[in-house]
Design a binder for this molecule. Structure first.
Ligand SMILES: Nc1ncnc2c1ncn2[C@@H]1O[C@H](COP(=O)(O)OP(=O)(O)OP(=O)(O)O)[C@@H](O)[C@H]1O
Length: 447
């Protein structure tokens, strides 16, 4: 039977005065679901997995397995199998004995052979059964480790970065195998990774963690299309989302615009509900997020409804084979959001942080002035400084990466027309929270 796993306000501290490495986290995992825990190194993914497995004590909060309180249930009583990054096979046992080991522990009197053979067939490793782990490649070892987890038909799989010791090609291959196997078996799976593409391709849902705090949980499509904050937006998706410093202008009786450095995005009238949400940001600095597919190189005359024009100068081309990533200078400034993007939020007192950030700000500005490239600081006062006289105007660096087909004749220095699809424009406030679009923008996605 496959398990429902629920975490209610679960926290973990390793020492009495230590920080919460998992911080009041609540999550419901449905029976048969494939849930991926995703986040940067040290965000608490493994700790959470180990608490579910019973290998780590829960400091606060509740773990429920099929609705039953399970904080104190010993690991063996949870009927879960773990697969680790390090394979963790017994070196002095053959693959057959490795796979059969949990079966022999569970029911010593029963012959494990039929189960082991069936499992090996499922994984395509029948030929490896009489070999020792040292006689196997990394991919084969991980298959055997999977076999050991599968053989006794647990009610949940807990996988801790099982593919990260393998090369890229094998990882992709085994990813597909894991997906097929877990779906065929219909077993609840919790899978830890810091690799966003792995998370997106495997998970029914993805739970994004930062500094022990759950940022967002949703289907891969939802977390990509409606990231709740800058951290999720920047962590998910390749190439990385373009984050630009913007300023909302909503003059009474005038058209609303988002200023991006030297150019503006004109929001079409009548304003959509999403864009109406931006009124409260009037005069404030915001972070504009544009994924590379939200902008295309095309003339204004080719604009579809909802697309608005910009122009830019090609700075750099990254040839990818099937496409080219075009780095364009649009005269905008990249939003400087290290605090919002950092693996761990800065928990130091605000006053101390402000003092430091003012010093850092001055240093950054000085460095920017030297390079002729001012860098945006998010927590700065809203109104930007008046532009310097044209002659003295420093060159603003562009920060827009756009996808293009390889047949487009482009080279650095060429000016290109751009169209921005407003339906794919994200606006984040100064706390990094998404203001726009609202969920109604994508009715087939739920938050
Ligand atoms: N046994 C321990 N004692 C004290 N601190 C620990 C212990 N295990 C983990 N930590 C700390 O808890 C935090 C979360 O660690 P954890 O291993 O859960 O993160 P993770 O997201 O799985 O990281 P990675 O992807 O690098 O494995 C880290 O700051 C880590 O240093």
């Amino acid at each position: 039977m496959t398990r429902a796993i629920s975490l209610h306000d679960v926290s973990k501290t390793y020492t009495s005065k230590g920080p919460r490495v998992v911080d009041r986290l609540s999550l419901d995992i449905a029976p048969g679901e494939f849930l991926v825990l995703l986040g940067p190194s040290g965000c608490g993914k493994s700790t959470l997995l180990r608490m579910i497995a019973g290998l780590e004590e829960i400091t606060e909060g509740e773990l429920l397995l099929d609705g039953e309180y399970a904080n104190d249930l010993p690991p063996a009583g949870r009927d879960m199998a773990m697969v680790f990054q390090s394979f963790a096979l017994y070196p002095n046992m053959t693959c057959r004995d490795n796979i059969g080991f949990p079966l022999r522990i569970a029911t010593p009197a029963a012959d494990p052979r039929p189960h082991v053979d069936a499992t090996a067939r499922m994984l395509g490793i029948e030929d490896l059964l009489d070999r020792f782990p040292r006689q196997l490649s990394g991919g084969e070892r991980q298959r055997v480790a999977m076999g050991r987890a599968i053989a006794r038909r647990p009610s949940a799989f807990l996988m801790d970065e099982p593919l990260s010791n393998l090369d890229a090609k094998l990882r992709t291959h085994l990813r597909a195998e894991i997906s097929r196997l877990t779906r065929d078996l219909g077993v609840t799976t919790v899978y830890v990774t810091h690799d966003q593409s792995e998370a997106m391709s495997l998970g029914d849902r993805v739970a994004v963690l930062r500094g022990g705090v759950l940022q967002q949980v949703g289907t891969p499509r939802t977390v990509y299309a409606l990231p709740r904050n800058v951290f999720v937006a920047a962590f998910i998706g390749t190439p990385r989302i373009n984050l630009l410093r913007g300023l909302v202008r909503a003059p009474l009786g005038g058209a609303m615009t988002i200023r991006l450095g030297t150019q503006s995005l004109l929001l079409p009238e009548p304003l959509s509900r999403d864009h109406q949400l931006l009124r409260v940001q009037q005069g404030r600095e915001v972070v504009v997020g544009l994924r590379s597919e939200a902008v295309r190189i095309a003339a204004p005359s080719a604009a579809r409804p909802g697309e608005v024009p910009l122009t830019g100068v090609v700075e750099h081309l990254e040839f990818q084979g099937h496409e080219v990533l075009v780095h364009v200078d649009t005269g905008s400034s990249p939003a400087h959001v290290p605090e919002l993007e950092a693996a761990r939020p800065d928990r130091r007192p605000v006053r101390r942080r402000r003092r430091e950030s003012r010093v850092q700000e001055r240093l950054r500005e000085r460095a920017g002035a030297l390079r002729g490239a001012p860098v945006a600081v998010l927590d700065r006062p809203a109104e930007p400084a008046p532009p310097p006289p044209a002659a003295a105007q420093p060159r603003l660096p562009g920060d827009l990466v756009v996808r293009a087909t390889p047949d487009l004749a482009l080279r650095p220095g060429v000016q290109v027309p751009l169209l921005v699809d407003l339906a794919h424009l994200f606006v984040f406030d100064h706390h990094g929270e998404r203001v726009c679009p609202a969920p109604e923008r994508a009715p087939d996605l739920t938050e």
